[in-house]
Design a protein around this ligand. Structure first.
Ligand code: NDP
Ligand code: 2IT
Length: 473
């Protein structure tokens, strides 16, 4: 363990910048807290981004005069709507639907839809806010948005999910369009839901257009879009580890989640010769001491995508694996206690806390690449960086999904379909450019190797400059 720590000097912390700009950011954050009560995730994301921007404002006081941050912290539009639908027992159900159109400075609003009981305004505002900077990092022409519902697809029949999606789109269709806002999937929204949503949009508008991404490959979807977030997260990890003269081959990896992002992160890691030890869902995690290989992953994909079962069934089926149930009463998440070289949190926000970071560092973790959005708490991030862990923040490391969504939009506009290889090559290129932009910005603004700082600044600068050019809107 000590040799690991010797190899891995602490990553520089967030540069302070001037007292004057520090006070300005603190005031703005205090005001943001007052204006957005009961939105803890949004406040967390605002802190996480704004606190890294002090040195940028020192270098660019013109952004303060133009009130760039005051404008950026308010969504351009936040839609809230009723979604009534009828369940299989013929009972009326009512859910809430949302779409946050946060920033259109760089292109049509772009970002996923999340269907999960925990969805509320604050959660979607955090996701849409993060999406602004993530989308900017891709350098593709996409603004930031996010939406969803507190609808829980778990345990619902396909017909119930279809009726819900149709009702959701019956309101959403007024607010989206290929030049306005282009949603996609996120937690609880995969190929099935995108299909139902697209069908209803087409029926309402009589238009077959690139209104959603993540479409089926036979009807306008891009090859590699299903894989893109997970693959991209591993490509980002490779960029980080190659810079240290190492590779992923033979590395012990722990992955949380077993949905879209986790499955394809696992697939790419297995292709790279890494050993995938864990996967999870909200009921707990499985630990396979021999590693989850290609065939076992296919089994998990069938379990999750077709049978829609629970992850403990893996441990019932494969004798090399054990199952540990989730225990929300604990202040740590047992999955992060499994000794590993690399970690890939791919489930949800705040799933990795300070004690988890402590466990990971003490067990010699070298690298963490965030497949999920904001999975690590701010205290956990600080601990990982202090422990010298190469840290890929979500808005950089998981940008491959939205990057390929933008490629899907481009293919739809041109009415062409690129091959798997062509899209994968472009994805690799996008991830490599995001990595380089994060490295450059981290160096330019005084925190070399701190990709949290680098990604925030590189993402912010492009949006801020577009806003300066476009006047006070
Ligand atoms: P899926 O719905 O396909 O999978 C989500 C996985 O995370 C499931 O295993 C789920 O378990 C688990 N999970 C969800 N909520 C919780 C929770 N509260 N506690 C524990 N486990 C939980 O979603 P995705 O794979 O698409 O998304 C995963 C993460 O990646 C999210 O943070 C999302 O925002 C982010 N992301 C997704 C992108 C995409 O293209 N899909 C792009 C970029 C980021 P269970 O089934 O039991 O709920
Ligand atoms: O968080 C994300 O980047 C996504 N859920 C994907 C968004 C998209 O529009 O592809």
């Amino acid at each position: 363990m000590n040799t690991m720590l010797k190899d891995a000097p602490a990553i520089p912390a967030i540069p302070q910048g001037s007292d004057e700009m520090g006070a300005y950011i603190n005031d703005l954050l205090a005001q943001t807290e007052r204006n957005n009560p009961a939105q803890p995730e949004f406040i967390q994301a605002a802190h996480e981004v704004l606190e890294t921007l002090v040195p940028v404002l020192d270098a660019h006081p013109e952004y303060c005069d133009a009130r760039i941050l005051e404008r950026l912290i308010e969504p351009e539009r936040a839609l809230l709507f009723r979604v009534p639908w009828i369940d299989d027992a013929n009972k009326v159900q009512v859910n809430r639907g949302f779409r946050i159109q946060f920033s259109g400075a760089l292109g049509p609003y772009k970002g996923g839809l999340r269907f999960h009981p925990s969805v509320n305004l604050g959660v979607l505002k955090f996701l849409a806010f993060e999406q602004i900077f993530k989308n900017s990092l891709t350098t593709l022409p996409i603004g930031g948005g996010k939406g969803g519902s507190d609808f829980d697809p778990k345990g619902k029949s396909d017909s119930e999910v279809m009726r819900f999606c149709q009702s959701f789109m019956t309101e959403l269709f007024r607010h989206v369009g290929p030049y306005t806002d282009v949603p996609a999937g996120d937690i609880g929204v995969g190929a099935r839901e995108i299909g139902y949503l697209f069908g209803q949009y087409k029926r309402l508008t009589n238009q077959f257009s690139g209104i959603l991404t993540g479409k089926g490959e036979k009807w306008g979807g891009s090859l590699i879009r299903p894989e893109a977030t997970g693959y991209g997260c591993v490509y980002f990890a490779e960029e980080m580890i190659h810079a240290r003269g190492e590779s992923l081959e033979g590395k012990r990896c722990i992955i949380s989640g077993s949905g879209n992002v986790a499955q394809y992160a696992a697939e790419k890691l297995i292709q790279r010769g890494a050993i995938v030890l864990t996967m999870s869902d909200s009921s707990g995690f499985v630990h396979d001491t021999e590693g989850i290989d290609h065939d076992k992953l296919v089994w998990i994909q069938q379990l999750k995508n077709e049978r829609r079962g629970r992850i403990n069934e893996y441990a019932d089926h494969f004798s090399t694996a054990s199952f540990t149930p989730a225990d929300r009463a604990l202040d740590y998440n047992a999955i992060w206690s499994v000794p590993a070289d690399c970690a890939f949190p791919c489930a949800t926000q705040n799933e990795l806390r300070i004690k988890d970071a402590e466990n990971l560092v003490n067990n010699g973790l070298r690298l963490l690449s965030e497949g999920a959005n904001m999975p690590s708490t701010p205290e956990a991030v600080e601990r990982l960086l202090a422990g010298g862990v190469l840290f890929g923040p979500g808005k950089a490391a998981n940008a491959g999904g939205v990057g390929v969504s933008a490629l899907e939009m481009a293919q739809n506009s041109m009415r062409v379909s690129w091959t798997r290889d062509e899209v994968d090559t472009r994805l690799r290129d996008i991830m490599s450019r995001i990595y380089n932009a994060s490295v450059d910005a981290s160096e330019r603004f005084g925190a070399p190797g701190n990709y949290v700082v680098g990604a925030n600044i590189a993402g912010f600068l492009r949006v801020a400059d577009a806003m300066m050019d476009q006047g006070v809107v």
